[in-house]
Design a protein around this ligand. Sequence first.
Ligand code: ADP
Ligand code: MG
Length: 238
Amino acid sequence: MAQIRLEGLRKSYGELEVVHGIDLTIGDGEFLVLVGPSGCGKSTLLRMIAGLEEITSGTLRIGDNAVNELPPANRNIAMVFQDYALYPHMNVGDNMAFGLKMRHAPVAEISQRVAKAAEVLKITPFLDRLPGQLSGGQRQRVAMGRAIVREPEAFLFDEPLSNLDAALRVEMRLEMAKLHRRMRATTVYVTHDQVEAMTLADRIVVMHGGRVEQVGRPLDLYHRPQTLFVARFIGSPT
Ligand code: ADP
Ligand code: MG
């Protein structure tokens, strides 16, 4: 696993700058949660870390290496999307194995990793099914499984539970927590859900208009928000 460092990271689309110089270090094994209103740049930031979006200026480091120019496939970071982005025509096992096959991993190793991840995520009975034959919660587990089998240095989650109903969201949140205790992977997790943020995070980053408004441990933000904006997002209701 590895530390991720953002140094003055900026992103513009044409003339319009949407991420205005973010400085942030995500510790090795840390679970960092990003919150903030729609459009504040959370997904853009994740996509820059993943290598899916060009960095306009600033430096992104994984471990000691600047990786601005490194293609996504060489970053060893796995991203899980809100809409799961599974391949609809491939069964669950093949969805999970796809990334490893692309990297020409040995067949025996691929099936071993897929079997292990499926067991951890309790989706072994569904390995032969197509994504369309699964519930939302099961699809979400497959998307997580696909990330886990790559054994990446870091995980990026973009509102992974937001399409699930409330009960399932609670169950999956507990699964996320368990998974993190087990793997201790460096994680950046975007959510709208205050409970998810408070319970999963080692630290929470509150973003506002492409900037970091405040960073802190959940209870520090809750009890000592530095701005009204943070208080509205995280703070204790007074
Ligand atoms: P969030 O994930 O916090 O809702 P985003 O990172 O998706 O926010 O978007 C941040 C800002 O960048 C928004 O104003 C959005 O409209 C803009 N944006 C995102 N992607 C593009 C794009 N491909 N082209 C132009 N503007 C974009
Ligand atoms: Mg987003």
